[in-house]
Design a binder for this molecule. Sequence first.
Ligand code: HEM
Ligand SMILES: *[C@@H]1O[C@H](CO)[C@@H](O)[C@H](O)[C@H]1NC(C)=O
Ligand SMILES: *[C@@H]1O[C@H](CO)[C@@H](O)[C@H](O)[C@H]1NC(C)=O
Ligand SMILES: *[C@@H]1O[C@H](CO)[C@@H](O)[C@H](O)[C@H]1NC(C)=O
Ligand SMILES: *[C@@H]1O[C@H](CO)[C@@H](O)[C@H](O)[C@H]1NC(C)=O
Length: 259
Amino acid sequence: MQLPKFVLYLAALATSSGRRTIPTDTHQWVAPTSTDVRSPCPGLNTLANHGYLPRDGRNISVPMILDAALEAFNVDPDGLVVAAKFGLLSGNAPTTLDLDALALHSLIEHDASLSRGDFALGDNLRFNETFFMTLANANPGADNYNTTSAGQVMHDRLAISLATNPSITNTPKEFALRTIESSLYLSVMGNPLTGIAPKEFVQIFFREERMPIEEGWTRPTTSITRATLNALGAVIAANANWTATQECEPLVLGPDTTI
Ligand code: HEM
Ligand SMILES: *[C@@H]1O[C@H](CO)[C@@H](O)[C@H](O)[C@H]1NC(C)=O
Ligand SMILES: *[C@@H]1O[C@H](CO)[C@@H](O)[C@H](O)[C@H]1NC(C)=O
Ligand SMILES: *[C@@H]1O[C@H](CO)[C@@H](O)[C@H](O)[C@H]1NC(C)=O
Ligand SMILES: *[C@@H]1O[C@H](CO)[C@@H](O)[C@H](O)[C@H]1NC(C)=O
């Protein structure tokens, strides 16, 4: 049974002090409490807000992340395993991570994000509409975002950071991460093969870190793999007209991947 929206809001309000009302539906969206932790990643935060990951955001293992992303978004483990393993380096626990630790700058977290500020300028963890405005206003006149607009947004967000952040880091590593993140929002909120995603769904995903089920979103039926993400990423990257600010050493990310 789908609960009326106001009941969900009441449930969320009741928890804002650190107490949690246990939702009747295991995967109902519930806002994080004051003691829950969240990350700079709207994907992981959405998984936690819906209970696919622990709602407190702590002690999360690589298999927990891979299972949650598959179950909720149909992302194949091959698309996320490198990022998830990297994430373990955000803390000292040998096999788990806490979501807030993922804000560690230059591990995965980078400048010129779509919805967060640069590390050197203050808050690189929380959603901020000031930065999200570029994506929110992209592809004017259309109801969806696509690989063309996603590339333009990457270009424009980087231009803003280059103009405002003298400490910017912008190497092939950051560009590769930013590109896959753009592939990810188009894929999980839209069509993983065409890269066309309804604006309404993408905006709810970023602003509320919620699966827009009431608005008509459903889990992608196409498996989102490293191959589908890279196919979209190639078009997005071409539209970003990117140039490096600094270079980096070759990054070996596994037996088949070097950046
Ligand atoms: C379903 C899976 C996932 C989706 C849909 C997803 C989506 C995204 C998106 C769209 C962004 C860009 C946010 C922005 O620029 O404002 C992002 C950023 C990020 N993601 Fe994820 N992600 C997923 C899995 C992961 C995993 C497995 C990790 C590592 C444990 C991870 C760590 C991060 C981090 C640290 C950032 C911040 C980068 C930055 O903007 O500085 N994500 N993710
Ligand atoms: C969970 O993580 C916290 C740190 O966030 C740590 O203090 C605690 O020992 C961990 N609990 C378990 C059961 O691993
Ligand atoms: C969002 O970022 C802008 C620009 O850095 C800042 O002025 C504003 O206070 C931030 N808003 C919130 C809610 O943190
Ligand atoms: C993205 O949408 C814009 C506006 O409708 C359109 O001009 C552009 O060709 C589209 N790009 C792709 C790859 O569909
Ligand atoms: C792409 O970038 C190059 C080098 O920064 C610049 O000269 C060129 O004008 C840019 N092209 C577009 C279409 O933005």
